[in-house]
Design a binder for this molecule. Structure first.
Ligand code: SF4
Ligand code: SF4
Length: 364
């Protein structure tokens, strides 16, 4: 992979499309084109710079020479990880993931505690006919704000007659953020552990709750011969064909924020919108920058676990101001990281942030 990167960076023509599309460029010291240039010459890089990248993927999508600048950043980070030159909070997240298989270091045997909030039994995937696995992952399993997502999605699947199971304590962190922090070795361990469980229990389909998990399971675990989807891809047709009925009403102006790992990186733009359009009474609005050019919330690439020094306006604040301009009352999204980054600035401006399943539960 390193040789491949070395060859790739040599094809860079310094056109600047990567920097032009980067949500961190212009208002921070970070310049991805310059870092690719430095990689071309194997020149020294200021160790603070690679951590600004949010892994939004915009640069890699726009690059005309397939340099994959976002992968170049991961390689620069790998070197810093190897040398121990990484922010303390990230080091802690890596250690926690090594020990407890989640970046927050919460006990692994509490990974399935969210099922206690459900009034029907959620089986182990091995006990299902469908071998459809609901891949919950860390933030949804442990964070009190995000734990509502698996609870809601489980209820919605139940309402739609969709059979599914979980791995419970046997599930490990998907590793999407770990790979992007630059810890390739730990990522491989997580990948092997999860793949062994998928194989042992004959998993045929994986439904991810977070776009970050969906991305890594679908594109970076190699060819597992298992279908991987985001939960909105299963819910959209069930709602459209009327299998899941939404009898309530949600009379609010809702603006949809495209998560980078769902939208621009995996092309899932329509399913979340089709779900929102099916909610009775809901008035769906669009940001000035939406779909392929949606502005990153800055929650990815390890930024959930540490704060970069910032004297500038956060993207989440820019996003909230745009939502206010458009007349929105609620920002809806389909990613736990987006919920976490948008919620504080939104609350300050009197807006609510809702994960899509939260809106659905209000009208189910
Ligand atoms: S977009 Fe690609 S070719 Fe252009 S400067 Fe960036 S890395 Fe180089
Ligand atoms: S992945 Fe996004 S944040 Fe990172 S360098 Fe590319 S455009 Fe910038």
């Amino acid at each position: 992979m390193l040789e491949q990167a070395a060859t790739r960076v040599l094809t860079c023509i310094q056109c600047g499309k990567c920097t032009g599309s980067c949500p961190e460029s212009g208002r921070t010291p970070f310049n991805v084109r310059m870092l690719v240039r430095k990689k071309q010459f194997q020149a020294a890089v200021d160790e603070a710079l690679p951590w600004y990248c949010t892994s939004c993927g915009a640069c890699t999508i726009r690059c005309p020479r397939d340099v994959k600048p976002s992968e170049v950043i991961i390689e620069l980070r790998s070197k810093l990880v190897e040398d121990g030159d990484i922010p303390v909070a990230l080091q802690k997240a890596l250690e926690n993931t090594f020990v407890q298989k989640n970046p927050w270091g919460r006990s692994r045997n509490k990974r399935a505690d969210w099922v206690e909030k459900i009034d029907f039994e959620v089986p182990h995937v091995s006990e299902t006919q469908s071998k459809r696995l609901l891949f919950v992952c860390c933030i949804q399993a442990y964070d009190p704000r995000c734990m509502v997502i698996p609870v809601n999605v489980a209820r919605l699947f139940h309402a739609g007659g969709l059979e599914f199971g979980i791995l419970g304590e046997e599930e490990a962190c998907c590793g999407n953020e770990i790979r992007r922090i630059g810890e390739a070795g730990l990522f491989e361990e997580l990948e092997e552990e999860n793949k062994a469980a998928f194989e042992e229990y004959g998993v045929k389909e994986i439904v991810a709750l977070s776009p970050h998990c969906m991305n890594v399971l679908k594109k970076e675990y190699g060819d597992m011969g298992i279908k991987v989807v985001h939960y909105t891809e299963l819910l959209a047709p069930l709602i459209e064909e009327g299998t899941i009925k939404l009898p309530g009403s949600f009379g609010k102006k809702v603006i949809y924020h495209d998560p980078c790992f769902l939208g621009k990186q995996n092309g899932i733009f329509d399913e979340p919108r089709s779900i929102l359009r099916a909610v009775p009474g809901l008035d769906l609005l669009e940001f000035s920058r939406s779909r392929e050019v949606s502005l990153c919330c800055e929650g990815g690439g390890g930024r959930m676990f540490f704060e970069v020094e910032a004297t500038y306006q956060r993207n989440a604040e820019v996003r909230v101001l745009d939502a206010v301009d458009r007349g929105a009352e609620i920002i809806a999204t389909a990613c736990p990281f987006c919920v976490m980054t948008l919620e504080d600035p939104a609350t300050e401006k009197g807006l609510a942030v809702k994960e899509l399943s939260e809106i659905l539960m209000e009208v189910l």
